[in-house]
Ligand binder design. Structure first.
Ligand SMILES: *[C@@H]1O[C@H](CO)[C@@H](O)[C@H](O)[C@H]1NC(C)=O
Ligand SMILES: *[C@@H]1O[C@H](CO)[C@@H](O)[C@H](O)[C@H]1NC(C)=O
Length: 473
């Protein structure tokens, strides 16, 4: 009993201490926040059409301070910062028609957090913004796992409803003179949304604002409850093996664990009803997926642990190939499927030689299935035996390590470059390069080894035939 009281007192002291340190932290970071900048106009467009949320933020920033400013800060509520898959910023030059975008660097700010744990990102401007000057910026970012199914479980005949939480006011470390937010929903079916006057709902658009003269770090929570029957296709894990063979082929093998990450399915499943009333039954499920492959793929296969799945259609074209795959059963909320997709590509389409004599692979990084989120991707690039000094160029941050793999006839093993990344969205499907040194003599190693093995067999056989091992006298 005494022990219990002592413990709870300790907890109290600790939480008080924690609270005080929080207060102290937020006040200290506030004082250091740059207030010389001001946002004249801000427009935010939030696209909720799929389960991957895309936001475009257009800002006009003015410097009211005495000294030039080289960075502009962005703020995200902690819940959004955690699900931020990607962020790009650009400086906008010219007006509407003749608009040009100059990409800018964005990185997590070295500043402490903003109030309430807001995470700060810093955009480096092309040229410092002089006193009284203004600049137009376009920021686009992608949020994942930010739609919460509500109800959490649905039956086969129900549509999928989800909640989206945000703020009616744009979270910013600067004062905003005038701002609007437009939220686009996949259909006109909006159950409810938080009103913050002036706010309007017209067809598939919810408009918040215009709001005038909002101080820094203003935040007004809103919730939008709407219907979203798009496939919530999430690959929990994707392992891609990309094997280079200097004999002219690139072999790609992709291992998938796919899950329907929307509202969980409850009750029984009737395939008859599913097939006869597709517009009402299992509207939030998916039965086929589109895989975008390079143009000249060959030997394509699609299998699971039972065997090949024949219900896939491949269309090869001049600029791309598309394959429609159907898992063995439709995926309803919470259901999983594991499968493997494999294909070959002519090496000349993906392997090149750089000016300094290195060879390099130029290949896509992400998941080829359309509109899919990958929680964790592992790209394993298996280089030919005898390759040296591999180096990697990827347009975003990845975890990198090295392995060695052995297959038939390998003596020293093949160097494997392993690239890992979490929270991968279709925007990550860009090209990456793996450079390495390779001496052509190594190509002869395996044939020479085979030839010598055969030669020794031949000599042994010859010796055996000519040897007299009978015990005649
Ligand atoms: C599966 O398909 C691949 C490619 O078409 C083929 O090589 C393989 O033999 C097939 N396997 C089975 C078990 O049918
Ligand atoms: C990789 O290939 C793309 C086209 O497929 C090309 O535009 C790009 O320049 C290539 N990258 C390198 C480094 O060669």
């Amino acid at each position: 009993m005494e022990f219990f009281v002592a413990r709870s007192r300790l907890t109290l002291i600790f939480s008080l201490f924690f609270f005080l340190s929080l207060c102290f932290r937020s006040s200290s970071s506030l004082s250091s926040s740059p207030t010389d900048l001001k946002i004249l106009t801000a427009e935010r467009r939030i696209d909720l059409a799929s389960h991957i949320i895309r936001v475009v933020l257009t800002l006009k920033v003015q410097n009211d301070g005495a000294s030039p400013a080289s960075d502009v800060l962005l703020a995200f509520p902690p819940a959004q910062a955690k699900h931020l898959a990607l962020i790009h910023a650009a400086e906008v030059a010219g007006k509407k028609r003749k608009k040009t975008l100059h990409p800018l660097d964005v990185k997590t700010s070295s500043n402490a957090e903003g109030p309430n744990g807001a995470k700060l990102y810093s955009i480096s401007l092309r040229n410092p913004l002089s006193t009284g000057g203004s600049v137009s910026l376009e920021v686009s970012y992608v949020l994942t796992q930010s739609l919460e199914p509500f109800p959490v479980e649905i039956s086969q005949s129900e549509p999928q409803l989800v909640l989206y939480r945000d703020s009616a006011l744009i979270l910013s470390p600067y004062e905003i003179k005038q701002q609007t937010t437009v939220i686009r929903t996949p259909s006109t079916k909006v159950e409810s949304f938080t009103r913050v006057e002036p706010s309007t709902h017209l067809r598939t658009e919810l408009k918040y604002g215009p709001y005038e003269d909002q101080p820094a770090f203003s935040y007004t929570p809103i919730v939008v409850h709407f219907e979203n029957n798009n496939p919530f296709a999430v690959v929990e894990e994707l392992v891609r093996e990309i094997e280079i063979s200097h004999w002219g082929n690139l072999q790609v093998t992709e291992h998938y664990t796919l899950v329907h990450n929307g509202a969980r399915h409850k009750g029984g499943f009737s395939r008859v009803e599913y097939q006869s009333r597709p517009t009402y039954s299992g509207v939030a499920s998916f039965k086929s997926l589109l895989v975008k492959l390079p143009p000249r793929v060959h030997s394509v296969y699609y299998r699971d642990n039972i065997g090949n799945i024949s219900t896939s259609h491949l269309r090869t074209g001049y600029s791309k190939s598309e394959m429609e795959i159907e898992p063995r059963y439709p995926l309803l909320g919470g259901w999983k499927a594991t499968f493997v997709i494999g294909y070959g590509l002519p090496l000349e389409d993906v392997l090149f030689e750089s000016a300094d004599g290195k060879r390099y692979l130029n290949f896509s990084f992400g998941c080829p299935i359309a509109e899919t989120l990958v929680n964790k991707i592992t790209n394993k690039v298996v280089l030919p035996e005898g390759s040296k000094n591999p180096s990697v160029a990827v347009p975003f941050s990845v975890e990198q390590r090295a392995e060695t793999s052995y297959s038939y006839l390998d003596i020293v093993g093949r160097p494997v470059v392993v690239l890992e990344k979490e929270n991968v969205v279709p925007e990550h499907n860009s090209l990456f390069q793996v450079y390495y040194d390779f001496h052509p003599m190594f190509m002869l190693a395996e044939p020479l080894m085979l030839i010598s093995v055969f030669f020794f067999l031949f000599v042994a056989a010859l010796a055996y035939i000519h040897m007299d091992i009978s015990i005649r006298k």
